[in-house]
Design a protein around this ligand. Structure first.
Ligand code: AMP
Length: 428
């Protein structure tokens, strides 16, 4: 059977790679894909992005099932359109995807259903936002309400920073975000703790938790420099102990699925809860994403031993309550290689040299790459995610950097310390 994966990043490369290993799968098509998916065994790129074209293709080619990677097609209603055409697709509807596409929607939802999250207020008038920040004090967090590719959040350590962020988002609208009904900011209490990603597959009622993971958002070693989409990730996340795992399912995941169903917006698809775990073990939701994380997906899927298509089928058919996922006991760690100028102005066109072959314990997932005259060139901010397995986090880290070693492109940026928190946790 043929499977369609929508998207073009490292997450989609990892999804396509895993799906292609299912004995039931004859071919995985990735729309539009990248140079990595073009070169993967059993995987082919499809140069389509418009929802109507994807529906027409899936019907004409008798695609068995479709998996959606990124948020933009979800927010554009790709799941609604596929379902209306009688096609099997795993992802949330446009209405359900508001959990990610509107921070205000997500915060109100959590408040209504008693899901633990930071105290917040929403503003469209700059003067009121400034006054609120003055009354609350710093540190405080300012978020643009709308999809901003991870760039719409300012964790302001001082009042001056907070005021500047409000002006940038509400007065100048420098982020270039398209707002449906005027610019809004969500202002949030600063949460202290360690972050972890908790991702489940949801079928409306049941949730199947995937392996836990943690990513590194800052550009430079030591978690310094600007925020990015993620410079590396590893799985599992040691901070998510079995006790915390149980409380996340009980306090966050199941009430979220129950709350959505109660509100009449059944949630299906991957659901990503970005969590802040306080030193006292309490958990609060920083954000929801209605899709898998990137780069977390790469190490998570590197560890998946079950047939991914079987899980996707269970998700589409409402059977996630009766399946389990098997995981490699090893740790997986992925290191992002980013383009010159990332995250502000990534340079395109640099030729990528020295790409190694995949091995049993390593895979180089492509994110922003394209093929040009037989060469692989950088075509986006995050270019590659070099992912490897090891018996512990230190071994996985060593192996990932070994695999990354021969890969070269001009201006390449790569952190040297992915996994440092997990290593510190093991040795403390
Ligand atoms: P978001 O897009 O909401 O996930 O925010 C991006 C990043 O900003 C998160 O991964 C956190 O590192 C940080 N952040 C967001 N909200 C808070 C908060 N309330 N307290 C502390 N850090 C936060």
């Amino acid at each position: 059977m043929k499977i369609l994966v929508i998207g073009s990043g490292g997450r989609e490369h990892a999804l396509a790679w895993r799906l292609a290993q299912s004995p039931r799968v004859q071919k995985v098509l990735v729309a539009p894909g990248n140079a990595g998916t073009a070169r993967e065994d059993g995987v082919e790129n499809l140069p389509l992005t418009a929802v109507a074209d994807l529906v027409a293709f899936a019907q004409a080619e008798k695609i068995y099932a479709t998996v959606v990677g990124p948020e933009a097609p979800l927010a554009a209603g790709v799941v609604d359109a596929f379902r209306a055409a009688g096609l099997r697709i795993f992802g949330p509807t446009r209405a359900a995807a508001q959990l990610e596409s509107s921070k205000d929607f997500a915060k109100r939802f959590m408040l209504r259903h008693g899901i633990p999250t930071a105290k917040f207020a929403t503003f469209s008038a700059a003067a009121e936002a400034h006054a609120y920040v003055d009354s609350e004090g710093a540190p405080i967090v300012i978020k643009a309400d709308g999809l901003a590719a991870g760039k719409g959040v300012v964790v302001a350590m001082s009042l001056a920073e907070a005021h500047a962020a409000i002006d940038r988002m509400l007065v100048d609208n420098k982020l270039g975000i398209s707002f449906d009904s005027g610019a809004r900011v969500v202002i949030e209490e600063f949460l202290d703790g360690e972050e972890a990603s908790f991702i489940v597959m949801a079928d409306g009622t049941n949730a199947l938790p995937l392996a836990t993971s943690q990513d590194h958002k800052r550009l430079q070693d030591g978690d310094r420099g600007p925020n990015t989409g993620g410079m590396g990730a590893y799985s599992p996340a040691p901070v998510v102990t079995p006790k915390i795992h149980a409380s996340v399912m009980r306090e966050v995941i199941l009430p979220t699925l129950g709350g959505m169903a109660k509100d009449g917006i059944t949630y299906t698809g991957f659901l990503y809860a970005g969590l802040m775990i306080h030193a006292d073990g309490s958990v609060r939701v920083v954000e929801f994403n209605c899709r898998l994380g990137d780069p977390e997906t790469q190490p998570i899927l590197m560890r998946l031993k079950s047939d991914l298509l079987d899980l996707v089928d269970a998700g589409i058919d409402g059977r996630l309550g009766s399946v389990e996922a098997a995981w490699d006991r090893r740790v997986a760690l992925g290191v992002v290689m980013a383009a010159a100028g990332y995250p502000d102005a990534p340079r395109r066109g640099d030729i990528v040299h020295g790409l190694p072959r995949a091995t049993e314990d390593s895979h180089v997932f492509h994110a922003g790459t394209a093929q040009l005259d037989g060469a692989v060139v950088a075509s986006g901010g995050r270019v590659l995610c070099v992912t490897a397995l090891g018996d512990n986090v230190r071994a996985a880290q060593k192996r990932a950097y070994e695999v990354a070693e021969p890969i070269r492109f001009d201006g390449m940026q790569m952190r040297r310390d992915i996994g440092h928190r997990a290593i510190a946790a093991r040795t403390s």
